[in-house]
Design a protein around this ligand. Structure first.
Ligand code: MTE
Length: 337
């Protein structure tokens, strides 16, 4: 993200249509009786070692996660009517700069991260500050599957089935007080497993930090994800808990969160601080406002390759305009990019 647009040849998969994923999804839907409509599908049976997407499930998944699976609300929110990105691409073409600058670095290094147990500090303008285990944070919530487009500012995109719960529910439980105008997030800094956080050559002032306005954080589309493809989140995708804000460029969706603060002022955010003329605080997906060095009007849907670039038009607010455009009424989106 710093200085380059990724080239098509860096993608690993050759196929445009992720047929196996599509088929297994259809099989899953048939087996579970799911239609495309909104609605709950409790009690989906799980094979022991594969998820409903027929992707491998780790031998050990934490009980705080597995005990939630029978109650998952599958396909909560109208799903994207586009092919789901193969699991292999979603887990091997990543940005997680703490583990290195290349797309393959996170998959190579991140499983050295010890995510169990994991705690998240909640502080600032809340009635119930404290340090909570992920298990405790997830426990009161029903997990929902959200199949969202993910549009990176680098102009590639994917469609990923996340498992999580609305961030707004957690904020409500923490009891925001009058000063809660923004939410600030921080990622773990683990020098023993994250090569970049100790590097003298890194341009980023760690921890990786992100932020949202409180109404964006409370929006029902904004989730904290703990799983993907019907199984636990992979480390390279931000285990054990990450943010997913589908109408914003991917860099807002901060991974492996250890701190969440409700604050009065617009918080420091990593990319805005590094290159404010290139990356804004809002970072709403907007085909009409180009990055200074490339167009944002189009995107490469992964997997893609030199022969099939799989380029498509980028949608305003990444296709979620009906749900979120009102949050920005009256704002000049070219100025507040
Ligand atoms: N979170 C942290 N802590 N570090 C990062 O480097 N990269 C961001 C975001 N969250 C990043 C991060 C960017 S640029 C993108 S596009 C998404 O994660 C990518 O998420 P994915 O690898 O799960 O597709």
């Amino acid at each position: 993200m710093l200085i380059r647009v990724p080239s098509a040849s860096r993608c690993s998969s050759a196929d445009i249509t992720p047929e196996s994923v599509y088929l297994s999804r259809r099989r899953f839907m048939a087996a579970s009786g799911a239609g495309l409509a909104l609605g709950a599908l409790p009690g989906v049976a799980f094979a022991q070692d594969v998820s409903p997407y027929e992707v491998p499930v780790p031998a050990e998944q934490p009980t705080w996660f597995t005990e939630k699976l029978p109650g998952v609300q599958w396909r909560a929110v109208v799903p994207v009517d586009e092919a789901i990105t193969p699991f292999e691409d979603a887990t091997h073409y990543n940005n997680f700069y703490e583990f290195g600058p290349d797309k393959g670095d996170p998959a190579e290094h991140a499983d050295a991260m010890d995510i169990e147990p994991w705690t998240v500090q909640i502080d600032g303008a809340v009635e119930k500050p404290g340090t909570y285990s992920v298990a405790d944070l997830v426990q009161p919530h029903r997990l929902e599957e959200r199949i969202y487009r993910l549009r990176c500012v680098e102009a590639w995109s994917m469609v990923i089935p996340w498992l999580g719960f609305p961030l707004g529910e957690l904020i409500r439980r923490a009891g925001p007080t009058g000063g809660a105008k923004y939410v600030a997030f921080e990622t773990a800094v683990l020098p023993e497993v994250m090569p970049a956080v100790d590097s003298r050559f890194s341009l980023i002032d760690w921890p990786y930090r992100e932020g949202l306005r409180i109404d964006e954080a409370m929006h029902p589309l904004t989730i904290l994800a703990v799983g993907m493809y019907g199984r636990i989140l992979e480390e390279q995708n931000g285990a054990p808990m990450r943010l997913v804000v589908p109408w914003k460029y991917g860099f807002k969706s901060i991974k492996s969160i250890v701190r969440l603060s409700l604050v009065e002022e617009q918080p420091y955010t990593t990319w805005q601080n590094l290159a404010p003329e290139e990356y804004g605080f809002y970072a709403n997906v907007n085909p009409n406002v180009d990055h200074p060095r490339w167009t944002q009007a189009r995107e490469r849907r992964l997997p893609a390759n030199l022969f099939s670039t799989n380029v498509r038009d980028t949608l305003m607010f990444n296709g979620y305009a009906d749900e979120v455009a009102s949050l920005y009424q009256g704002m000049d989106l070219a100025k507040f990019y």
